[in-house]
Design a protein around this ligand. Structure first.
Ligand code: HEC
Ligand code: HEC
Ligand code: HEC
Ligand code: HEC
Ligand code: HEC
Length: 456
């Protein structure tokens, strides 16, 4: 009688469904896994389905198999008739049983292989910039766009945001799960706040690739600016930045002195963007000194955030750098030859077009295009036709500046994210170097221009 077979419990519908689910998802997963290995393209959404949801089904299926068996056993104990799907009767005698046992061992092994592959691919997928940057497309659009245009476009998000080691991996997955809910329920803040609370210290991320003791000497930067007149007159400033070195053997000096192993700078800030610094403590070869702002109370110091300075306190936009003002963005585009300086009033007109507030990126692109085209039709008169290409290129560059910097859906606009390198558009270095915070014997953190750069 078939019902008395040892395998009768395997015929519970839940178990059968589980086996079916497991087999189908394993086959689909393996198919996509090998397609991925040979380099067939996968996009972020296909990734979610195949590398996260499918393995989930696979594991659910596996879990349903014993569940069905348990349910079936219980029914039998209670003397109820079994739920059964009748199959062709196969009489399993002992030699078959052995074979089936062999098959079970094989299948278990195959399951372990599939689960490990799935876990491996799932984790690799969740660590990819596509997953971090594109799955929650709107939310991450500002950071992802800047990332792609930055010097770290080939560095994975996780190299800076998570770094190596199991504890941070677990931390990141927990916080990632919270973020997925925030996206699903639309409870995320707009814009995404900066600084990132509990960002991993730079020594475990940046310093995996950059060695603070390595940099030496000066770095030259040429700043090109253009005036609002018809010729967009150019002026240049050459900055010779004393980046210096954090190396002890060379005598820590210059800008990277803050990062030398024997130097420790910590500070207290009273605002959440870390823009107001009221207290600084230094420990270096010359001992300990503390600088304190005038009029700041002990109460304020206690309530403020205390932080040890690392790379991110200066390089807080290493990967997500937005232009701080439309003027600067247009100057850079002109300096790089993306906007022809020979177009009359181009600096003035491009900046004016970028200063208008638009409802969306598409609306901005359209309006900027119409506005500049109309202006040059008027301005160039009969000569306009001959310079069409030049005008089109300037329009494209201006539209691109908008697209890289302004994200109406996330309320990101000029100046939303302060950049702490420099001191012209944001407080930056001058948060500390203000000639005002004093030690008890009257020493200050200097604002002397030559301390940091020579200008020519
Ligand atoms: C080179 C290192 C680096 C890489 C690579 C990187 N980030 Fe960041 N990210 C940072 C730093 C540094 C901050 C700002 C930290 C601070 O001020 O606390 C930041 C901030 C952010 C923020 C907070 C909002 C903001 O703009 O400050 C988001 C969101 C973010 N990154 C997402 C991403 C995504 C998505 C990727 C990959 C597509 C990525 N990051 C790649 C270093 C990096
Ligand atoms: C996985 C390796 C890697 C990590 C991690 C990394 N960087 Fe970089 N970084 C690079 C490379 C490579 C370049 C050179 C890019 C180029 O010149 O195209 C670079 C360039 C830079 C530059 C010079 C950029 C410029 O405009 O010339 C700065 C500053 C910098 N990184 C800071 C950081 C900071 C701060 C962090 C940590 C938040 C960090 N990096 C993390 C690899 C890394
Ligand atoms: C006190 C602020 C400050 C700190 C802290 C700091 N930097 Fe810098 N760093 C600068 C400035 C300013 C420059 C000059 C270039 C510039 O303006 O972008 C620079 C330049 C660099 C460059 C480019 C060097 C070159 O020769 O092109 C890299 C890479 C870099 N820093 C990495 C780091 C890393 C990694 C850390 C942490 C170990 C760090 N910096 C800490 C201010 C700082
Ligand atoms: C958190 C506070 C803080 C910030 C922010 C800061 N500095 Fe400093 N810096 C200090 C302190 C403190 C000293 C040492 C002052 C003293 O001992 O007289 C110092 C010293 C220096 C020195 C002299 C190092 C030497 O050779 O002895 C340079 C150069 C310098 N900073 C450049 C910069 C630049 C550039 C920036 C911005 C990118 C910056 N600092 C941002 C606190 C800060
Ligand atoms: C604590 C260090 C420090 C001090 C002091 C300092 N600067 Fe700077 N300065 C910087 C850094 C860092 C940058 C930005 C370099 C960059 O963007 O790569 C900068 C950029 C500039 C720029 C170029 C701005 C632009 O448009 O990009 C000018 C101009 C300038 N500084 C003038 C001055 C003058 C004038 C003084 C004296 C009152 C001074 N700085 C003092 C660190 C300093």
């Amino acid at each position: 009688m078939p019902g008395e077979s040892k395998f009768r419990h395997f015929r519970h519908p839940v178990t059968l469904f589980g086996s079916w689910l497991t087999t189908v998802s394993a086959l689909l997963f393996l198919g996509v896994f090998f397609a991925d290995l040979v380099g067939l393209p996968t996009n972020p959404y296909i990734g979610i389905v195949f590398f996260l949801i499918l393995p989930g089904f696979f594991v659910c299926g596996l879990a349903l198999i014993p569940l069905g068996i348990v349910l079936s056993r219980r029914r039998e104990r209670l003397g109820k008739p079994r739920h059964e799907i009748t199959w062709p009767i196969i009489d399993l005698n002992r030699s078959y049983t052995r074979r089936i046992a062999g098959l079970l061992v094989f299948l278990t092994f195959a399951n372990i292989v599939v689960i490990s592959l799935a876990a491996f691919r799932g984790v690799a997928y969740m660590d990819s910039p596509q997953f971090c940057g594109q799955v929650c497309h709107t939310v991450m659009q500002p950071e992802f766009t800047a990332y792609q245009n930055g010097p770290h476009a080939r560095v994975h998000c996780v190299a800076c945001h998570i770094g190596p080691g199991a504890p941070w991996f677990v931390k990141a997955k927990l916080s990632g799960t919270r973020q997925l809910f925030a996206v699903a329920l639309k409870t995320y803040p707009e814009p995404i706040p900066s600084p990132v609370q509990n960002l991993r210290p730079a020594r475990d991320t940046c310093e995996q690739c950059h060695w603070p003791e390595k940099f030496t000497g000066d770095r030259v930067r040429v700043v090109r600016e253009y005036a609002e007149d018809e010729a967009s007159t150019e002026s240049t400033t050459t900055l010779q930045l004393h980046v210096g070195s954090g190396s002890e053997s060379m005598g820590a000096h210059g800008i990277h002195w803050h990062m030398a192993p024997s130097t420790r700078v910590s500070y207290i800030t009273t605002d959440e963007k870390r823009q107001t610094i009221v207290y600084v403590e230094v420990e270096d070869r010359n001992g300990v000194r503390t600088f304190r702002a005038d009029g700041v109370t002990d109460e304020q110091l206690k309530k403020g955030e205390r932080r040890q300075m690392d790379c991110m306190d200066c390089h807080n936009r290493p990967s997500h750098r937005f232009d701080s003002t439309p003027e600067r963005a247009v100057n850079d585009a002109m300096g790089n030859g993306l906007i022809a300086t020979t177009l009359p009033f181009v600096r003035r007109e491009a900046v004016a077009a970028l200063k208008v507030s638009y409802a969306s990126q598409d609306a901005a692109a359209a309006a900027i295009g119409t506005r500049l085209a109309a202006f040059y039709d008027r301005q160039l008169g009969p000569g306009a036709a001959a310079r069409k290409a030049e005008v089109a290129k300037a329009i494209a560059a201006t539209q691109d500046i908008y697209r890289r910097n302004i994200f109406p859906t996330m309320k990101v606009t000029w100046g939303t994210y302060p950049n702490n390198i420099g001191h012209v558009d944001f407080p930056g270095c001058f948060r500390c170097h203000d000639d005002a915070k004093k030690t008890s014997d009257g020493r200050v953190i200097k604002q002397d221009c030559e301390l940091c750069h020579k200008m020519g």
